[in-house]
Write a protein that binds this ligand. Sequence first.
Ligand SMILES: Cc1ncc(C[n+]2csc(CCOP(=O)(O)OP(=O)(O)O)c2C)c(N)n1
Length: 606
Amino acid sequence: MISSVPTPDPPKPDPPTSGFPKPEHLGANVRLFSILLDQLNRLGLRHVVLAPGSRSTPLAVALAHSHLSVSVCLDERAAAFFACGVARRGGEPVMVVTTSGTASLELVPALAEASLSGVPLLVVTADRPTRLKGVSAPQTLDQVQVMASFVRASISLEFAASLTSRDLSSVALQLMTELRGSPNGPGPVQLNVGIEEPLLGAPIGQVDQEGATVFSEGMKLRRPLTPRLGSLDAEVVGEIFRPGRFGWLVFGGVGDGSDGSIQAATELANQLGWVFAVDARTKVARQGATVIHLDLLTRGSIPIPEIVVVIGDFPLARSTMGALRRVVEAGGEVVTLGDRFVVRDPGRFVTGGYVVDVAATLRSALTQNSAVLAEPLVTPEGTQLLALDQHIDRTLEDVTQAEPDSEIAVARRLYGLLRSDEALFSSASMPIRYLDQFRGYHVDPPLVAMNRGANGIDGVISTYLGFAHAQPQQLTALLVGDLAALYDVSALIHLPLPTKGLIVVLDNQGGLIFDQVPPASSISADVQTAFFVTPPRISPASLLEGMGLNVVRIANAEDLDVLVKRARDGEFLIAVLEGTRAASHAALGSLYAQIDGQLIKEQPNP
Ligand SMILES: Cc1ncc(C[n+]2csc(CCOP(=O)(O)OP(=O)(O)O)c2C)c(N)n1
């Protein structure tokens, strides 16, 4: 289907019948791209985002006649982030198509995000043919080099009559292989296509019958190379998950753990008396041994484990990173397990890492230990941390009940209201910190996601819209700061809007994060405001209202209840909490003081 305006699912126009030739007869270039699309579709491509242009004409025409789902977006930066969002939610590769020149360069921020967070984004950039490179031909620049450090692979093709459907089938296979399973795991890939004039290509019939005119009907489906990982060696598993020592299993950004890793980690932590700690982006209902406030717990002097096994992303919080460093300084281990050949050691203290099938490794540890353990172990450290975690949650509940108009209360309530079939996208900065630190226990939690690869505040709304587009039947919400919202507000002009959507803007008049980072205390208030916080000239609520969107100013967290229900019933709403930086900063300060007080009170005397 085609969506060129911000509506969820505009109808696909009927393919031209009388008066127009069929797409495969429009010209050789259209036919070539149709063959490639067909092959990619057979290998799993379903969705394409197109940014209009001239050099890309045959690609657009082929798309218009394809049976793929196509969204159209003028702004290439937004188009690429949108595609990233669709791919992130759906797990399958998504293609974004641009014309030549600066249009192609606009893809770079989303490519960086896709590269760092392992999203299979296929960027197709139309280009002038090679013979017109370096001779000042208009709208011609190096579109390949600029993307080189972010793509897993880059393929350059010239559309020419000598290309056969067999070649294109092989190119499709190569693209899918790189998108899905190159050694560094899924990630972005570029296809740069040089296109000669006439743009639609030579009239069909005049081209070589052995070449482009051979359509892909009946071609046998081939399979992309797929890396297969196994479990870690039994001996090493036995050494890492040795009963009798205290450890933490720390999961970051693992999603719903559909590979079974979350389930296995829950059971393993329970079996060994370890702590299983998860961030907001790891979807685990509170079961037995799960700690959700590790970032707050590590602010106090809690018992440090002998070993920490980190799966996925490392924590954002300085307090937790400090605690992990102390583990190593005390002679313990911090070990990473992951399914991609990527170095994960942001604090430069990791003592070992393995690229393995994580779920299989955790299950193998469970099996080994169940042979030697008659019943689950109980450790005093594990018991203490779980009790503290629950204590912190009660404090958070009391504080947010008492101050329901705070950003913390709004973030906590939004998370609490959403269900496991729904999703919450978050911007970087304070929104994800609120969710990581203050979200509260949830027996049926939503999927939480963000652009964590590069932590950009650009493209947040676009990615959210793509994330929502991939699951139109379920409500998808966004929690976003005022600057991140304004940065990408044009996405709401160009991209399809969700059928069931809720954007919650925390308008604290600038970047609150800059008050929370250590340099803030040494910078004068004037410089801090003008050079870092940058309060916007326009309030997001008025701007969004002016754009004709359905904006609701909320006064407190409870106002979200009815908005979530309305959005769930099929509306797209924007809720704005208008406050001040000073108030939010003060609320955070007093909450941290209370929690730190609790942690000290709860500690046994040394
Ligand atoms: C593209 C990009 N530019 C700049 C930054 C640096 N940065 C990080 S957070 C932030 C301010 C965010 O403000 P807002 O969205 O209002 O969230 P708040 O800090 O108030 O939670 C900026 C400018 C970034 N991460 N990405």
